[in-house]
Design a protein around this ligand. Sequence first.
Ligand SMILES: [Zn+2]
Length: 417
Amino acid sequence: MLVKSILNRVEKQPGFVYDSVRLVESAGRLSVEIQLRARKGTRPRCSRCGRPGPAYDTLSPRRFEFVPLWAIAVFFLYALRRVECARCGVRVERVPWAQGKHQLTTTYAWFLARWAKRLSWSTVATIFETSWTHVFLSVRMAVAWGREHQDLTGITALGIDEIQWKRGQRYLTLVYQLDAGRRRLLWIGQDRTVETLQGFFRWFGARRSARLRFICSDMWKPYLQVVAERAGLALHILDRFHIMAHMNKAIDHVRAQEARALRARGQAPILTKTRWLLLRRPEHLTGPQVPRLAELLGYNLRAVRAYLLREEFQFFWGYVHPTWAGRFLDQWCRQTMRSQLEPMKKVARMLRRHRPLLLNWFRAKGAISGGAVEGFNNKAKLTMRKAFGFRTYRAIEIALYHTLGNLPEPEAAHRFN
Ligand SMILES: [Zn+2]
């Protein structure tokens, strides 16, 4: 009786009434079965067009899983009628608690999807004694609903990022909204080609693209090309995170080469296990790493010289005016070109080639936070690493939209979690 009162309070089903409630024990597991029936005098509605029509026949009762109560599974029991629809022919009726052929009630699917934002999909399946597939379908439903109802007005700043997947064999292109009050993942595409990013702009539309004011991305040529073509009015910025990532790659390259050369000459292994010492910013080092770095910097090593060039480049980001930043950049590039460190020289040449876009960073000062793209990049990698038990593109796409898309949810009378 009480269960029915609660359900009538939090989960009314228009056109239907909750009937009997039973506690059932089967194979040592308890479940609650709640019988539903159509309200007297109401006609079934066609599941395709939603119009009411005369009942044609009644199918055998089906179970729809609802939110569990005290770790006891809860099911709605209902025998679906078929409607003789004037438009669509004989169709199964529409019911408010579930969509199509789903075994889960919509409320339960939202419940699982919300947990799947906080926990891995397999953990959610284990906790609620349901299958991975049910969790996947729930998240898919939530993402589909959210993407259909999301508000795309007022977007002025975008960040474009690429992420490796399938053990680095393949790339994904991720496009974020980076406006101060609203940061979220907007779009994902496979690969990082011209065609990939064209796909984003097709989806986003010409009218919205014309309102973009800032776009930041890596120096990746296809991105530069498509942004210039599709959003020429926006200020294109090369973001700090990607530039420093190129520099770190160069340092790592120099270090690995040098370590090999030292080993070949039988010299002391001073460079072993120094990778993270050199790649991390010095202020992020902890405990015993600090004196180790200090010791390492005392050697006249190529890797150390590359490291010092990067640390010097950090001053670049502190400039306020593009003119002064430009002078610093030119000076740094000259110095680096004399360094005889080929990977670092490669970075310097790349920076020279993209000088105007680099200096746009200072023209957009304050409009885009330097850490935003990096923050998203880390979260996206974490989402993918959590290995929700999938390897397909479709599942990764859904997981990323779910965790980073900040998607809306329907208004409900009651939130179960
Ligand atoms: Zn119909």
